[in-house]
Ligand binder design. Structure first.
Ligand SMILES: [Fe+2]
Length: 383
């Protein structure tokens, strides 16, 4: 497999990125440039860790800020509806997200659709998004989804269980603050699962059929940084490792934003939504099978990836998963909604970017591996 294009057909990035330890304290001083009223969406853990308090302590007096606590779990359309109603009623000029990918995706979507009178579900179902209504500011507290680097929002429809993304070039953050100190209080299990998401995104964007020279530079550096820092950061979260992890996650986000992903994300979205499994965990379980499946299609890129991680890629990923204490939530569990999962995997834009074409039988092969079971037909004994 050889990357031929130098640049993607369109290059789009967040407007401004601050990469500095402790810089999150300046969030509200920076936000004041976007208007005197704003909503700060945050995770429960950002409140518990004291990160939110430190940001509010440094609020300029002239600024009116409403804090909105995210309920937790994977982001749903109803979360976006609620946040945009809160922000609209508050007459917010801007929205900021302080948290993991779920908080950032929710705040990004709510900022984009702040003044739209259409239900969010219409956009999730395919209606083109309007120009973003309000500036979005991103402060990630985990290193994983790379949401701060993209114009993508991954959301689940709670009524149908469908998890998919929408995007618009105007959804890019106007300001990103990458403050590795915020990762110090990230629980190890969250650090592990989100780090595996970042590693998956780096590998998938490096091997995507839409990869370019530019995305290869970003993705390969991301693989190197994440592979060398994830386990050490999980075992002992020192600043050097957390900084590498956050940098790698951001670079992977920029890479996927231009090269897209692969079949791991095609599978992880329906599996995560149908089984209530966190995204990073679903990615971790699918990644080794995708490496095995894609290996014949990626040629010398496999060797490059081995060089970047310092050993055979498949062996490295399997060992890393074990050392991070990640256990499959699918193994031995009855396979439910098989046909829906297959259809959603095949329809996914990520699956379409996979370096090796993915057919229906291939998805069955993946499901058999993931569930350790015969996936040739639906299993009736659901949970
Ligand atoms: Fe992901």
């Amino acid at each position: 497999m050889k990357t031929e294009a130098i640049l993607p057909y369109e290059l789009a990035l967040p407007a401004r990125v601050i990469f500095e330890e402790g810089a999150s304290k300046r969030l509200l001083a920076e936000a004041a440039a976007f208007g005197s009223r704003g909503v700060l969406a945050h995770s429960r853990s950002a409140e518990k860790s004291g990160a939110l308090a430190r940001i509010l302590e440094n609020k300029p007096h002239s600024l009116n800020v409403l804090c909105w606590r995210y309920r937790g779990g994977e982001p749903r359309l109803t979360d976006v509806e609620e946040l945009r109603r809160v922000a609209f009623d508050f007459k917010a000029n801007w929205l900021a997200g302080l948290g993991g990918g779920s908080v950032l995706d929710t705040a990004k979507a709510a900022a984009g659709l702040l003044t739209s009178d259409r239900p969010v579900v219409e956009y999730h179902d395919g209606t083109s998004l309007p120009q973003s209504a309000a500036p979005f500011l991103a402060v990630p507290t985990t290193a994983g989804t790379g949401s701060e680097a993209t114009s993508v929002c991954v959301l689940t429809n709670p009524h149908t269980g469908v998890k998919k993304s929408f995007r618009h070039p105007s959804l890019f953050a106007k300001l990103v603050i990458l403050d590795s100190l915020l990762l110090q209080t990230c629980p190890p299990s969250v650090l592990a699962a989100s780090g595996m998401d970042a590693l998956t995104q780096a590998i998938e964007s490096f091997t995507s059929k839409y990869a370019t020279w530019l995305s290869d530079q970003l993705a390969s550096k991301a693989v190197e940084l994440i592979a060398s820092s994830l386990q050490p950061a999980y075992e002992s979260p020192n600043t050097t490792h957390l900084k590498s992890l956050l940098t790698g996650s951001f670079l992977a986000g920029v890479a996927l934003s231009h090269a897209r992903l692969g079949v791991v994300h095609g599978l992880a979205h329906p599996l995560g939504a149908r089984y209530g499994v966190p995204h990073g965990l679903a990615c971790s379980v699918c990644l080794p099978h995708a490496i095995e499946f894609n290996r014949p299609a990626i040629g010398s890129k496999y060797e490059t990836l081995c060089d970047l991680v310092g050993s055979d890629l498949l062996f490295f990923v399997e060992q890393l998963t074990l050392r991070l204490g990640i256990r499959s939530p699918f193994s031995g569990v009855p396979l439910r909604e098989r046909d829906t999962i297959i259809e959603e995997t095949l329809a996914s834009g990520s699956t379409k970017a996979n370096p090796r074409p993915v057919a229906r039988d291939d998805v069955v092969w993946f499901l058999e591996r993931i569930f350790n079971t015969d996936a040739s037909q639906e299993q009736q004994t659901g949970r």
